[in-house]
Each structure stands twice: as structure tokens, then as C-alpha cells.
Write a protein that binds this ligand. Structure first.
Ligand SMILES: C[S@@+](CC[C@H](N)C(=O)[O-])C[C@H]1O[C@@H](n2cnc3c(N)ncnc32)[C@H](O)[C@@H]1O
Length: 280
């Protein structure tokens, strides 16, 4: 089987710790934001979209592990759909917020603080799920895929929905002047660092923390999963995205809150469905 670029991913710990502090700082802002709409969630909303719901399918009575669960809205939504859901995230502030919300709403979900590459819960799940804005925070997709494989029962399902990695090339290019490349597409062991992070829920906020991100080409995502013993069932590319990284994107008239580019010239997001091979 093909292996990824063998360059060692050592030395990422300071970047991870720095990102962790940045995510902790985002949590209270996100909890108050219209983007996350906690009031709507408290009133019974499901914080999952049609790609996620359709891709994962019926979760009633099934165990589900949600990686990088943030405030827990996705995890708690899976619980509302009937799953026995567990969410993990490296942000202690996010996990505390998720646990408080679960207790308040009396939803049967568990949350645990864990960094993806280190996470070993010692349990197997029917489903492993992760979505939207997750991969660029991870320096090492091989470790990510091994964590997924380590928590799936043989025959279990993995589902990912994510922004398309080519968007990272001109990430934050907001002046509408065209397709100006700023960041690398291909794998880079050093992260792209922004010295002052803001947040997608309010770009006027300055968090007082840097952010460090790594882009992962689709080939690396698929190969890391295959190397970890997952069989790809479907890789699909989509011409829409649930946020607006480029100023020339237009709102999808069929789906409020989703964005596309006129005439749909290229994909903006992708989904992967995979199963854990039974022989490994
Ligand atoms: C964009 S958010 C989660 C996406 C989710 N769809 C949402 O909007 O709530 C990304 C999450 O990844 C978490 N995260 C980033 N790097 C991580 C790592 N190395 N290990 C575990 N969690 C991580 C952050 O704390 C954050 O909660």
C-alpha cells in the first residue's frame, strides 16, 4: 500500500498547544454567536446538515464517536437522532461547554478532552464522524487515520465532510480580485501561521493568539485512511460549502446558509465514507 511522505512530523507539539489556547479563547465567543445559535439548539434544532445526515444514515441505537466536536452541538444532535454519542476535542473549554449543555438538556452524550493523535478511549464504536473545519488543524493525517481505525469496530463506518483543500490556496483572500494563490496546496511539515487569529463567527474579533494550519490534499486524506485499514466506499466532491471563504461566493438560493460560485466551476467541499476492513 502507498505510504505518505515519510518526513517525520516531530516537533508539532508547540503548534498544537498554541492552537489549543486559541480554540479555548474562541469558545465563549462561539457560545454567544448567532453562527452556533445555542438558543435554537436548546429549542430542539438539529445542528447537522443534509450531507452529514444523509452520509451517516440511521444512527438509532448505534455508538458514534465524534472527533473535534467543539461545543458539542453535532454530538448532541446525533444523540437527538438516537445515537449513543461520544464527542472528543482538545479544547478543555469546548468540552466543558459541551458537558454543561448535555446536562442542561438532559441528552445522553459523553464528552472527553483528547488530542486527536493521542486519543485512545479503549472502546470501539459503530460510527466515527467528523466534519467542517477539522483537518487543517492536524499536522499528521497518518496519526488521525490511526485514531479513527483504533476506535471503529470491524465493519464500522467512518464519515467526513470537509471544505475542499484547494480553498486553502487562497484562504482569506477577500478582495475579490481573482484566484490569487497565497498558501501551499501540497503537504508542508511547517504550518502556515497567522500571527493574530480571528474567528469565522466574527472576523472583527482579535483573539490575541496565533493560529497554525496545515493543508491536506485529497490524495493524502484518502491514502492515510487506506493505510490505516479503511476501505473507501465513496469520495464525493460538492459545489457548495456551509461558510463563505471567498468574497465572490454567492448564497445558494436552494439552501440558506450554504455558498457556491456562479456556474459551479470547481468543488468547494468533499465527503468521504469508508468502512473499517474486517481483516485488520
Ligand atoms: C471548526 S471546529 C469543529 C467543527 C464543527 N463542525 C463545528 O463547527 O462545531 C474545529 C475543532 O477542532 C478542535 N481541534 C483542533 N485541533 C485539534 C486536535 N489536534 N485534537 C483535537 N481537537 C482539535 C478545536 O478545538 C475545534 O473545536
Amino acid at each position: 500500500m502507498t505510504t505518505l511522505d515519510p518526513r517525520p512530523q516531530t516537533g508539532a507539539a508547540p503548534w498544537i498547544a498554541s492552537n489549543q489556547a486559541m480554540w479555548d479563547a474562541r469558545v465563549p465567543i462561539h457560545a454567544e454567536s448567532a453562527w452556533y445559535d445555542l438558543a435554537g439548539f436548546r429549542a430542539g434544532a438539529i445542528a447537522l446538515d443534509d450531507l452529514e445526515l444523509g452520509g451517516v444514515g440511521d444512527v438509532r441505537g448505534r455508538t458514534l464517536l465524534h472527533l473535534q466536536c467543539h461545543l458539542g452541538l453535532g454530538t448532541l444532535s446525533w444523540a437527538r437522532q438516537g445515537a449513543q454519542a461520544t464527542g472528543i476535542d482538545f479544547s478543555s473549554a469546548a468540552i466543558a461547554a459541551a458537558q454543561a449543555l448535555a446536562a442542561e438538556l438532559e441528552l445522553p452524550a459523553q464528552f472527553q478532552q483528547a488530542e486527536i493523535s493521542q486519543c485512545r478511549l479503549g472502546r470501539l464504536f459503530d460510527i466515527c464522524f467528523t466534519s467542517w473545519g477539522v483537518l487543517m488543524w492536524l499536522p499528521d493525517l497518518a496519526a488521525w487515520a490511526q485514531t479513527i481505525a483504533a476506535h471503529l469496530r470491524p465493519g464500522g463506518t467512518f464519515f467526513l465532510a470537509e471544505g475542499h483543500p484547494h480553498l486553502f490556496i487562497w484562504d482569506d483572500e477577500r478582495d475579490g480580485t481573482g484566484y490569487l494563490p497565497r498558501n501551499p496546496y501540497f503537504r508542508h511539515s511547517e504550518p502556515v501561521t497567522d500571527r493574530e487569529a480571528s474567528t469565522y463567527v466574527d472576523m472583527t474579533v482579535q483573539l490575541g493568539h496565533p493560529q497554525h494550519r496545515w493543508n491536506h490534499p485529497i490524495g493524502d486524506v484518502v491514502t492515510s485512511l487506506a493505510d490505516a485499514g479503511l476501505r473507501i466506499v465513496e469520495l464525493a466532491e460538492h459545489a457548495r460549502l456551509p461558510w463563505r471563504p471567498l468574497s465572490w461566493m454567492i448564497e445558494d438560493s436552494d439552501r440558506p446558509g450554504w455558498w457556491r460560485i456562479e456556474n459551479d466551476p470547481f468543488p468547494l467541499s468533499f465527503t468521504i465514507k469508508a468502512t473499517k476492513e474486517t481483516s485488520r
